[in-house]
Design a protein around this ligand. Structure first.
Ligand code: FES
Length: 162
């Protein structure tokens, strides 16, 4: 009788121990899977000191994208913006009172939209590639430059030939 009682106790002990182990494993898995590392949506390798580019709308007509610069992030020299249009998205920098550089915002690595800036460098949020204002790679993994477009400027309107 004592042996039976001891056997039942062992079984109960084992069942309880297994249950506890299962709970601990589930808790560990839940914690690991929650992605709660404080930055669930932060990019991998985006680098510090980056900020999102302001977005400016562009109007597409006759193979050109036109952007009204007055009152926008491109109103002043050294201003930069992400210009969105139906013809594409462009990284635009104002390099003087009358000159701009417009480049394709599609990263040449895997096609993410380059949408942040760090100083004079554009930063891809996906894997941290960096490009200078002319679209040349200054840090990989991207290897190819971003395509640059011809621009003209008159009457506070930037025109990007696409
Ligand atoms: S898609 Fe831009 S760095 Fe990978």
């Amino acid at each position: 009788m004592s042996d039976t009682h001891t056997l039942v106790t062992r079984r109960q002990f084992c069942a309880g121990a297994c249950q506890m182990a299962s709970c601990a494993t589930l808790a560990t898995l839940a914690s690991a899977c929650s992605g709660d590392d404080g930055s669930p949506t932060s990019p991998s390798g985006g680098g510090g000191g980056t900020s999102p580019l302001p977005v400016v709308s562009g109007q597409f007509t006759n193979s050109r994208v036109q952007v009204a610069t007055s009152g926008s992030a491109l109103a002043n020299v050294d201003g930069t913006a992400l210009v969105e249009s139906v013809a594409g998205v462009f990284l635009v920098a104002r390099t003087s009172t009358s000159t701009f550089v417009a480049i394709d915002a599609t990263c040449t690595h895997e096609g993410c939209r380059v949408s942040s800036v760090s100083g004079a460098t554009y930063v891809c949020p996906c894997h941290g590639s960096r490009y200078n204002r002319n679209g040349q790679v200054v840090q990989g993994p991207a290897r190819a430059s971003l395509r640059q477009y011809t621009t003209t400027f008159a009457n506070d309107v930037l025109t990007i030939a696409v």
